[in-house]
Design a protein around this ligand. Sequence first.
Ligand code: TXA
Ligand code: MG
Length: 317
Amino acid sequence: MTASILPGHDPASIAAACRVLREGGLVGMPTETVYGLAADAANGNAVAALYAAKGRPKFNPLISHVTGLDMAETLGRFNPVARELAHAFWPGPLTLVVPRLTDCPVSELACAGLDTLAVRAPAHPAAQNLIAAFGGPLVAPSANPSGGVSPTRAAHVAEGLGSRIGLILDGGPCDVGVESTVIGFDGDKALLLRKGGLARAEIEAITGPLGRPDADSPKASPGMLKSHYAPRAALRLNATDIREGEVLLGFGAVSDAELNLSPTGDLQEAAANLFACLRELDARGVQGIAVSPIPDEGLGEAINDRLQRAAVPRDAE
Ligand code: TXA
Ligand code: MG
């Protein structure tokens, strides 16, 4: 079986995707960050099939995707800061981790048994339309085999998971290109659990300085494995030269780059290109990738985080 790829803007595709979801199936769903692998959040069997399709460890909980705060508040309890963040940045690349309501319909497997729930309203119109038409939350991890590079094109989803899912909605290339920023709470204090597509400064303008969870506290993001987003090629970061067996993945005005994340040094463009460039270099069969230095500010924080994880040898987990 190879998944059919349908145009995400077509109401008939949305209706077909809804039928797949109601039967407990899996749908490749475009979002503005990366493509997600969507399943009915309330259907434990569908969620189990999703973990199996990705080869994802069951201790790593999933994000529930909603149309907005109204639907989110039927699932979790929002403190005033969480509500303010949702008002400011939803729909958009921000995930909030909040306590589950006692009657939360999301499968406990999707939350890996935690009493908290990660929830996000994605901005992509196809995702919005799909969730609205389905009428309830959809869990959706990035639509790649666990540990691999996240997909930012419908074709990437088909490459990695096409034989395991029925239908992929094509929403074009993802605008943001890295996963959402994940924020949790210690009381009212906001904690940065995962760097992502919404820059720290934008969030801190509302919350003040973000805290960091203790590495071994249950509030830490359980999915943040050391090795992740890993291409086959070895990565060397902050490279100012090209060594034998390597090609250069450039940033800014550098010469001899095989590919360049953003020749003008634009961090938003670099984030949008990051995963597609890593895939392309893998497809070219390169052995080693030297990556130009990327400033650790704005979206650069998330880009560097993903590159650092991609550079860790897989057996180091
Ligand atoms: O942009 C995104 O967030 C994409 C698109 C598809 O929405 N999704 C995504 O999902 O990146 P995934 O499953 O690859 O990453 C979810 C992250 C993981 O790091 C997971 O550990 C964390 O969210 N997470 C989920 N539930 C959590 C919880 N209750 N407490 C803390 N972290 C949680
Ligand atoms: Mg992922």
